[in-house]
Design a protein around this ligand. Structure first.
Ligand code: GTP
Length: 604
């Protein structure tokens, strides 16, 4: 295939607007897959993706298409739809020259449509707007075309109205891809320049890297070098994705495919790395910002005897998901475990679900926190850390106010698209979450786009659910990283009869401490069983108590009741009590069952 007959493109869309369905149809039309139900959504491979109907890991496919007597090679690069994975969107886009922007004819432009449009626009890609689901009874393609014109400045007559489900006009989309998206600008005669845009790990073959060739050619036996690690490899296999791996003799400039070259860890095939031929170095392509974890949580085995099994499951799962960070951690109540970093809450849930489904592990995940920062002022601490600014992902490491000149918290710029009748409630919700309004725009007579700057910790837990419930499911939300801002942070301790419970300490904004402290105390009161003495459950900031609940003493004596009666019954009770004790953690003189921690720490 000469470069002029190659097109590299992605499909981008808000969740559920039909990206995978359209991809399947394109694969069918081009004969890449057969028309059976079994093949539905072939690009979504993971079980969790099928269950949740979301794409987590990008998959690619090469399509062969004859148009007006010319054979074209169309490389479709699939992208995930959810905000947590938007780094995967930008990484996929860098291998493309154009995108198909899919918008649901009934729902219209949503928050992720806006975010994805700008990613493609900023990358200067050709954009083909497609209005999907025109077969729906409530479809209003005209209204959606007007929204697209207003927001993205794309003339209404450029939109293609399709039904991916029924196949209507899908062929037109392919023709538009050929007409409107330029072929990649590169030359096979140039030295090899290959961009790594994704990588997966295979137990038998090692790392399989997805690559896009910006110059030259690559074949089995070639000696290549990674610009990032400077390590040398010999190519074992190259091929195209159909979407299964299909070995080919060579890959040429402009093509997209995979490469196996004896790399043993995903870290060796860094996303954004450039590969070149040994002795023919080239200027590396601009790489990507690496994915930054935004949400941290503790992970512990439910039973400590499962520790080693969980450890090996984590190791295997992170081989394929290098965006998860893992640090060892331990807790007096929960035992040995890890502190994991995720891109967002959904990412965390998906990871947890994969552990359960693919490795049969069930774990305790603690309440998530975001990465705070502290600018240190104490000379002693600066010396200890070797720097004057530290990131805090664990409340236990929170430095005292006296040794800090400023605390910082991560922020995100959120986009909300909503029918206008919910604006009032949404503005109140955003204000409650300490957000600052940046923009408000009517995208048609009754739909509004709002932009707010949020402290990340205010949205990680339940913002999305709150937004969905107060808008009856109609508002959509997306966000992007917006750097750090100064914040009035404190560490809140929980005390049982005056003794701090380390695993319940949280970092929190000063204004929110009182309410959060009260809630935690109430929950603890419900979960800790009564004991022979009264227990004070308190929330404190330093020495100041901000909330208190009292758990009354328990009077009855279980054993006394049946003393003198059946001896085996008495033995059974004592034995049960001894077993129960093993599951207790003693804080001062207070015994707290392990599952009370689990219930309080676990996300609702
Ligand atoms: P993510 O992978 O989560 O981003 O979703 P997606 O954009 O890939 O959406 P998907 O293709 O999974 O489609 C979502 C739902 O819309 C599915 O139930 C599809 O069957 C349905 N759907 C897709 N296209 C059409 C269409 O043209 N008409 C109708 N009526 N339904 C459609």
């Amino acid at each position: 295939y000469p470069v002029e007959s190659i097109r590299n493109f992605s499909i981008i869309a808000h969740v559920d607007h039909g990206k995978s369905t359209l991809a399947d149809r394109l694969l069918e039309i081009t004969g890449t897959i057969s028309k059976t139900d079994r093949n539905k959504q072939v690009l979504d491979k993971l079980q969790v993706e099928r269950e949740r109907g979301i794409t987590v890991k990008a998959q690619s496919a090469s399509l062969f298409y004859n148009h007006e007597g010319i054979n074209y090679l169309l490389n479709l690069i699939d992208t995930p739809g959810h905000v947590d994975f938007s780094y995967e969107v930008s990484r996929s886009l860098s291998a493309c020259q154009g995108v198909i922007l899919v918008v649901d004819a009934n729902e219209g432009i949503q928050a992720q449509t806006v975010a994805n449009f700008y990613l493609a626009f900023e990358a200067q890609l050709s954009i083909i707007p497609v209005i999907n689901k025109i077969d729906l009874k409530n479809a209003d393609p005209e209204r959606v075309e007007k929204q697209i014109e207003k927001l993205f400045d794309i003339p209404t007559d450029e939109c293609i109205r399709i039904s991916a489900k029924q196949g209507t006009n899908v062929e037109k989309v392919l023709q538009k891809v050929i007409e409107k998206i330029p072929p990649p600008q590169c030359n096979t005669a140039d030295p090899l320049k290959a961009l790594v845009f994704d990588s997966t790990f295979d137990h038998y073959r090692g790392v399989v890297a997805n690559i896009a060739l910006f110059g030259g050619e690559i074949a089995k036996g070639h000696k290549i070098v990674s610009a990032h690690t400077k390590k040398r490899y010999e190519v074992h296999e190259v091929g195209i994705l159909t979407p299964d791996e299909q070995p080919t003799h060579k890959l040429y400039a402009g093509q997209v495919g995979y490469l196996i070259a004896g790399m043993k860890e995903v870290a060796e095939a860094q996303i954004g790395d450039t590969l070149f031929l040994y002795k023919q170095p080239v200027e590396p392509l601009p790489g990507f910002k690496s994915a930054k974890p935004m949400v941290f949580a503790g992970m512990y085995p439910i039973d400590q005897t499962e520790y080693n099994n969980l450890k090996s499951a984590l190791e295997r799962l992170t081989l394929n998901d290098s965006s998860v960070t893992v640090h060892r951690d331990s807790s007096l109540a929960l035992g040995a475990g890890w502190r994991l970093g995720f891109l967002g809450l959904l990412h965390m849930e998906v990871f947890n679900q994969r552990l359960e489904q693919e490795y049969n592990m069930s774990v305790i995940l603690t309440a998530p926190t975001v990465p705070y920062k502290a600018v240190l002022s104490s000379a002693k601490l600066i010396k200890e850390y070797g720097k004057d600014q530290i990131t805090i992902i664990n409340p236990a490491q929170f430095p005292d106010k006296l040794s800090v000149s400023e605390y910082l918290e991560p922020t995100v710029l959120g986009t909300i698209v909503t029918p206008h009748e919910y604006i009032g409630k949404i503005i109140t919700l955003c204000q409650d979450r300490r957000a600052v309004q940046k923009d408000m725009l009517y995208i048609d007579e009754n739909r509004v786009m709002l932009k707010y700057l949020f402290p990340l910790n205010e949205i990680v837990v339940d913002f999305y659910d709150a937004l969905k419930s107060l808008s009856s499911g109609y508002a959509s939300f997306d966000y992007e990283d917006a750097g750090y801002q100064s914040a009035d942070l404190i560490k809140m301790d929980i005390l049982l009869n005056g003794n701090p419970v380390e695993e319940l300490a949280t970092i929190i904004h000063n204004d929110k401490a009182r309410a959060a402290g009260k809630l935690l105390c109430e929950r603890l009161k419900e979960t800790i069983p009564r004991q022979l003495f009264e227990i004070a459950i308190q929330a404190a900031i330093g020495k100041k108590i901000i909330a208190r609940e009292t758990l009354k003493a328990y009077r009855k004596n279980v054993v006394a009741k049946c003393y003198g009666g059946d001896i085996t019954r008495r033995m059974k009770l004592l034995k049960r009590q001894a077993e129960g004790k093993r599951l207790m953690r003693k804080i001062g003189n207070v015994e707290v069952p392990r599952d009370a921690f689990i219930r309080v720490l676990k996300r609702e």
